[in-house]
Design a protein around this ligand. Structure first.
Ligand SMILES: Cc1cc2nc3c(=O)[nH]c(=O)nc-3n(C[C@H](O)[C@H](O)[C@H](O)COP(=O)(O)O)c2cc1C
Length: 307
């Protein structure tokens, strides 16, 4: 593929199986902003940052990790969505998503829980699948405590509640952070998860937390709202989560309703070719849920349109 062909592919809209369309295929990966105020609320700085990124017209902006538990942060500057959000917190989230979407991009909120990878100044005893401490030179993590079954189920509910808040405040989708050693990936790792109940053991049991979270989020937000998962291809540690396991878990997340409802259409698929052959704006009218139709059509004509 030459440069001009690659540019054409990158700037073409991407139809998602639930009918939503990304205006192009450029995605800004999740990058922790550390811009929350002392109450872990979104701030004007989030608006300024995302407005600036949005001017570059990526099809999709993924936010940095928004935490679902105030006691477990990747960093004290994280935004947190825990429990019912008051009007002020909701307004700040709306302003954030509004800035990100101002020029036609979509914005999906990344949801996370740091688990044992919580600095000990934030929490001296963070929860984790098992009480296996994390030793990374130069960083002081708390001493982890294994979660009870009830605590695990409560966190699954919190992921779902946070996803609903994301939807209500104008975010176009969510991404569950199941990578980089945070809580969901701790459950996946045989080195961090030594449980002998239904949440640990073989791969299927180590994946249960992720899959139950996917199901809870999907059921809370409905079928037309993108739910993505960020998975590491491996732990890159002896005895850790392997590449083959990652492939298997990827398939299971599809079954748990990520991709069966929300599979990205491959570039060279017949469906996409058919789309390209026709007027894509009339196709948008046919397949896009009512709320997003106008926005996406408009953005495709404006600054962040496809090729
Ligand atoms: C400053 C910074 C902050 C990041 N914050 C997050 C984050 O909040 N969530 C996440 O999943 N990844 C985070 N990442 C990782 C990136 O999303 C990405 O996975 C990583 O940079 C590897 O992608 P690359 O190979 O394209 O650089 C961060 C990376 C950087 C450099």
């Amino acid at each position: 593929m030459n440069l001009s062909e690659s540019t054409t592919v990158l700037s073409a809209p991407l139809l998602l199986p639930n009918g939503l369309i990304l205006p192009n295929r450029l995605v800004k990966a999740a990058t922790s902003e550390l811009l929350a105020d002392t109450h872990n609320r979104a701030t004007q700085a989030h608006e300024t940052l995302y407005d600036t990124w949005a001017r570059g017209c990526p099809g999709l902006l993924l936010t940095g990790n928004v935490q679902i538990d105030l006691r477990h942060l990747e960093h004290p500057g994280n935004v947190v969505i825990q429990g019912k959000q008051n009007p002020e917190r909701l307004a700040r989230l709306r302003a954030w998503s509004g800035a990100a979407k101002r020029h036609g991009s979509q914005v999906w909120m990344q949801l996370s829980h740091a688990g044992r990878q919580t600095n000990r100044w934030v929490n001296p005893n963070p929860v984790a699948p098992s009480a296996v401490p994390l030793n990374i030179p130069g960083v002081e993590f708390g001493t982890p405590v294994a979660m009870s079954d009830a605590e695990i189920r409560e966190l699954i509910t919190r992921f779902a509640q946070a996803a609903v808040v994301a939807r209500e405040t104008g975010f176009d989708g969510v991404q569950l952070h199941a990578a980089h050693g945070y809580l969901i990936s701790q459950f996946l790792s045989p080195r961090a998860n030594l449980r002998d109940d239904e949440w640990g053991g073989n791969l299927s049991q180590r994946s249960r937390f992720l899959l139950e979270t996917v199901r809870a989020v999907r059921s809370a937000v409905g079928t037309d709202f993108p739910v993505a998962v960020k998975l590491n291809s491996a732990d890159f540690q002896r005895g850790g989560f392997t590449f083959e396991e990652c492939q298997t878990v990827g398939g299971w997340t599809r079954l748990a309703s990520i991709s069966s409802k929300f599979r990205v259409v491959p570039t060279n698929s017949r469906r996409l070719r058919a789309l390209k052959d026709r007027n894509r704006f009339s196709i948008l009218t046919l397949v896009t849920p009512r709320g997003s139709r106008k926005r996406i059509s408009r953005s495709s004509h404006r600054t962040c349109g496809g090729g």
